[in-house]
Design a protein around this ligand. Structure first.
Ligand SMILES: [Zn+2]
Length: 286
């Protein structure tokens, strides 16, 4: 038996009876609202990870941690200005509109609010609209929406901190594999093969690089991210993703390498993988 559960044929049809235009509008609106939360995750998750590392260093190496370090989570405390701690009221937190109405400044201390905040919200809305256009209100569309949000967060965090958190990429891998059992995207055997080939593809490149140059050329987060993308697209598409991401990575890297004139400059590969993977899922027939 190929699948653990026998699903009714209707499962593969649209989950909701919406027209294409209605789906695009709803997904874009959802993307805009959730884009605001993605900004919170992009800002807070690395802080939470660093605080966790400090705790571990304290426990295992007895390195003192700063006693005044405030505990934060993704939901607590409510959003505040990082400069003056001003609590952001609900009308100051409306995606894109608040940024325009506040004239790009914090209402209390007048510090500039980076354009990145509305940019993430707009990108999230646009990509969600694309997902709706490509997959409609189907199980594939909903899963791809979740994948898209994760890829946006991973791209931003990897650009800022050169890490791809396990807490993002591993649950996403399990989710994609569970969905494959339910018949979403690949059948389970193809999804597992895709994940294995995705992981091993970059792992072997990285190991070879380390043998020759004696330094790590790639982070393990990149392997896990390609495993997720392989599980969605199947193993054959892994090589398309690697080829496209190499081009995108080169486009990212060239200006940096020209400026710093050093081949040792650390360039995050996660964003290139995320962009290449997203393009492959949307534009290559799966
Ligand atoms: Zn402020």
């Amino acid at each position: 038996m190929d699948q653990l559960f026998e699903l009714p044929d209707v499962y593969h049809l649209a989950l909701l009876s919406l027209t294409k235009t209605e789906t695009i509008i709803i997904f874009a609106f959802l993307g805009l609202i959730i884009g605001s939360f993605l900004n919170v995750v992009i800002y807070r998750l690395p802080k939470m990870i660093h605080s966790h590392w400090h705790e571990q260093a304290h426990d295992f190496l007895e390195i003192p941690i700063k006693p005044d370090e405030e505990k934060i989570s993704l939901l607590w405390p409510p959003s505040y200005c990082p400069q003056c701690q001003h609590k952001i009221r609900f009308f100051e937190n409306i995606p894109v509109i608040s940024w325009l109405l506040l004239r790009r400044k914090c209402s209390a201390c007048q510090i500039n609010i980076p354009i990145r905040y509305p940019a993430v919200e707009i990108i999230s809305a646009l990509l969600s609209a694309f997902v709706a256009y490509r997959f409609g209100p189907s199980a594939e569309g909903l899963l791809m929406l979740v994948v898209t949000f994760h890829l946006i967060i991973i791209t931003a965090i990897d650009l800022d901190h050169q890490i791809i958190p396990d807490s993002l990429v591993l649950p996403l891998l399990w989710l994609v594999l569970i969905c494959s059992v339910l018949g979403v995207f690949q059948p389970p055997s193809a999804a597992i093969m895709g994940a294995v080939v995705g992981y091993l593809c970059l792992w072997s490149i990285s190991k070879t690089y380390k043998l020759i140059r004696h330094v790590d050329g790639m982070g393990h987060g990149d392997f896990k991210l390609l495993a997720v993308l392989g599980a969605i697209c199947g193993w054959q598409s892994v090589f398309i993703i690697v080829a496209v991401s190499a081009f995108i990575g080169l486009a990212f890297a060239l200006p940096l390498l020209l400026k710093k004139t050093s081949m040792q400059t650390a360039i995050p590969f996660g964003p290139a993988l995320a962009i290449a993977g997203w393009i492959t899922i949307i534009f290559v027939p799966l």
